[in-house]
Design a protein around this ligand. Structure first.
Ligand SMILES: Cc1cc2nc3c(=O)[nH]c(=O)nc-3n(C[C@H](O)[C@H](O)[C@H](O)COP(=O)(O)OP(=O)(O)OC[C@H]3O[C@@H](n4cnc5c(N)ncnc54)[C@H](O)[C@@H]3O)c2cc1C
Length: 493
């Protein structure tokens, strides 16, 4: 039997932020992680490390990226991402469902929390590749998402692991938390499985940061609905909902959008779970400049409804709902240069053709004559006199189609044509545990469960239906830090 002040379950971004914050309060901290070390870091390791953060101009960016050069500043238009913009984005994409108290913390603490991470050794860089198009010699950032952790998700997890080591925080890998030790009034620790043995770890507080239930096909089907067992998992195979289950078993209150999740267009033949060698590159996020068709040869969604950051997380579900759970994205050479890097990987289902008829014949599983008709009708409906501009919602749309495209509509007429096959890749689930503004988990009477805290994906109430890109990591950091601080302070009581 071993005693710790704070036991953190998981070793992803939220868990590290909780552990570091608890340590700052003087607590002894243990992290238990189900995965072996080489697969640890959870979904956080699979990310690009993109983090949505409030900034009021270039000076705030310089604070977060002190090594930005004069040349970089001169050739970048970062614009702003104010608190109001972040509040508006959260309200709009969640259809005004997000818990206002949680959103308030997320938005108002984002800048301060990234700065705090910097003091722990996490470094950031502007996302020149994915979030800015170069116009007249200047990179213009769009969509409210401007910074990546250096080295992406793997870099972020490595920097956080180093920070934890420096603070004397222990991490036990291949140690899966099974249950909470609870005397009916307060938490006393966790029961874990390690080396095939079950053992009890005593802790004054426990922070659950073990992710959602996206890697659990049975729970996906149970809560997200029929068909979700067929989705590919974009990230870790270890997020099976354990933290949520353990808390519910001792009376925690479920909260949020249990039938909702973040899911995207993802390589049709990707493996069942994420592959760290490929990372997030199975995603295919340049669809705003393409069209998407299903097995019937028809379009089924407005590909240009908004910037990618505000539609990608809900379009995975739309693809899952198509016959055979797949779609093809179609590009011509006019927009090829706008494709993100992920279109260049080897592990891709791609066809190329010199005519639309040839392309139609090559798209596996698609009604070819209908596809030819769809493209002809689409081309005729493009308002080509409106200038095309990928940096803004340009209003260059189609008119008169059953499903119009609202922005970035270009005729498809410059061969060679390319088709990319996608299916649904689930990122993380939205439903989870109810917490208060101290990061304490509430019971079904809405009272804090003494000694129990939560952060990251398994917190419910923040995201409904959709999600603004880059918010998952920021939420994990903000709420991880809050939960860890509370847990660290509680040990003295
Ligand atoms: C491919 C991909 C790309 C993404 N890109 C971005 C991006 O660029 N920006 C962004 O903000 N978000 C992104 N996301 C979402 C982001 O990954 C998550 O929102 C965020 O990482 C969640 O952090 P977390 O700490 O809550 O969970 P995780 O990082 O998943 O950590 C949970 C940890 O708990 C461990 N665990 C699970 N069960 C147990 C148990 N019983 N006992 C012990 N340990 C357990 C897991 O092994 C894991 O290490 C992406 C996700 C994926 C999959």
């Amino acid at each position: 039997m071993q005693d710790f002040d704070v036991i953190v379950v998981g070793a992803g971004n939220a868990a590290f932020c909780a552990a570091l914050a608890a340590r700052e309060q003087g607590a002894s901290v243990l992290m238990v992680e189900a995965a072996p070390e080489e697969e640890s870091g959870g979904n956080s390791r699979f990310t690009a490390g993109s983090m949505r953060v409030v900034y009021n101009g270039v000076d705030d960016i310089k604070t977060l990226v002190p090594d930005l050069t004069e040349q970089e500043i001169a050739t970048s238009d970062f614009g702003t991402y104010t608190q109001e913009q972040f509040f508006d984005d959260m309200a709009r994409v969640t259809q005004d469902r997000a818990d206002p108290d949680l959103v308030e913390l997320l938005v108002t603490r984002s800048f301060d929390t990234l700065n705090w991470m910097r003091t722990k050794g996490v470094r950031f860089i502007p996302i020149y590749g994915r979030q800015a198009f170069k116009i007249d010699g200047k990179f213009k950032f769009w969509g409210g998402l401007t910074l990546d952790a250096v080295g992406g998700g793997p870099g972020l997890v490595d920097m956080l692991t180093n920070a934890a080591a420096k603070q004397g925080i222990e991490i036990w890998y291949q140690t899966r938390a099974l249950d909470l030790l609870f005397d009916g009034a307060r938490i006393e620790g966790v029961r874990v499985r390690q080396d095939g043995q079950v053992r009890e770890l005593r802790g004054k507080s426990v922070v659950l940061a073990s992710g959602g239930f996206e890697a659990n096909p049975e729970w996906r089907t149970r809560y997200l609905g029929p068909g979700w067992d067929l989705a590919k998992v974009r990230g870790t195979r270890f997020n099976t909902g354990d933290g949520i289950r353990m808390a519910l078993e001792i009376g925690a209150s479920p909260c949020g959008n249990w039938s909702g999740c973040h899911a995207v267009g993802w390589e049709r033949n990707a493996p069942e779970f994420g592959d760290l060698a490929v990372g997030d590159q199975f995603q295919k996020h340049s669809y705003p400049f393409a069209i998407m068709v299903n097995a019937t040869g028809k379009r089924f969604v407005d590909e240009g409804a908004d910037f990618r950051n505000y539609t990608y997380a809900k379009y995975g579900r739309v693809i899952l709902e198509q016959p055979g759970q797949f779609a093809w994205q179609i590009f011509d050479q006019k927009v090829k240069h706008l494709q993100r890097d992920e279109y260049k990987i080897r592990q891709i289902t791609k066809v190329t053709a010199n005519t639309i008829e040839e392309l139609a014949g090559k798209l596996d599983g698609v009604d070819a004559p209908q596809l030819v008709k769809t493209i002809a009708e689409y081309n005729a409906a493009v308002r080509a006199e409106i200038p095309f501009n990928p940096n803004v919602k340009d209003g260059r749309r189609t008119e008169g189609l059953a499903i119009n495209k609202s922005n970035w509509a270009n005729t498809i007429d410059q061969p060679p044509y390319e088709g990319y096959a996608v299916t649904c890749g689930i990122t993380f689930t939205f439903g989870g545990l109810r917490i208060n503004t101290n990061g304490e988990v509430l019971n079904t009477d809405y009272q804090p469960i003494a000694g129990l805290y939560a952060a990251g994906e398994l917190v419910g109430g923040l995201f409904y239906f959709n999600y603004p890109g880059g918010t998952g990591l920021t939420s994990g950091s903000v709420f991880g830090r809050i939960a860890g601080t509370s847990a660290g302070r509680a040990r003295v009581n």
